[in-house]
Design a protein around this ligand. Structure first.
Ligand code: 5GP
Length: 187
């Protein structure tokens, strides 16, 4: 059986972070990739756990050294998937990337065996409520994120699988099924 590189994408607030955490907790053979970002850590976030927090000049240096599987800019900050970190991890386990849609498509273009899974909300109102409940963003920022949602959802046809996050544990189990199926595919 092969190890699979799974990309989880979906609009902000859709619950993909929670899903990723549960997938890793429930499955010893799945590890989470850690992205690099130039944004500042939020309360409770730790360098090397949620992200590798680096500054813009370090990020640019890494771009120049072909150090990312993909990278992009969101809300004036850069986010990128460190290439060697992910490919090294893939030697020993399945690897989960939690990145945006464009990033996911870029990973697929560079690493065709990647499995793209889009998480969608049961409704748009539900997403706004989740973002408000999270309490980390201003209303203006939440509005910006809501605008992006339509854009991301429009790309779901390009993904290998679409999973609706209505009942959390059902969504998690559905993704576990997808991973099992993909692991058994001969490539
Ligand atoms: P946040 O600042 O809320 O942690 O993340 C903002 C957005 O950046 C989210 O949509 C998240 O999925 C995306 N993101 C996080 N890491 C990466 C990455 O490595 N590459 C890309 N393209 N997007 C990322």
């Amino acid at each position: 059986m092969r190890n699979v590189l799974i990309v989880l994408s979906g609009p902000s607030g859709v619950g993909k972070g929670t899903i990723a955490k549960l997938l890793v907790e429930r499955n010893k053979d799945i590890s989470l990739s850690i992205s690099c970002t130039t944004r500042k850590p939020r309360d409770g976030e730790i360098n090397g756990r949620e992200y590798f927090f680096i500054d813009k000049s370090e990020f640019k240096e890494k771009i120049n050294n072909d150090g990312f599987l993909e990278y992009s800019e969101h809300f004036e900050n850069f986010y990128g998937t460190p290439k060697d970190f992910v490919l090294d991890k893939l030697q020993n386990s399945n690897v989960l990337l939690e990145i945006d849609v464009n990033g996911g498509l870029e990973v697929k273009s560079r690493y065709n065996d990647a499995v793209l899974v889009m998480i969608t909300p049961p409704s748009l109102e539900e997403v706004r409520n989740r973002l408000i409940k999270r309490g980390t963003e201003t209303e203006e920022k939440i509005n910006l994120r809501m605008e992006r949602i339509g854009y991301e959802l429009d790309k779901q046809g390009l993904y290998d699988y679409v999973v609706i996050n209505d009942v959390l544990l059902d969504a998690v189990k559905e993704i576990e099924g997808i991973i099992k199926l993909e692991k058994n595919k001969c490539k």
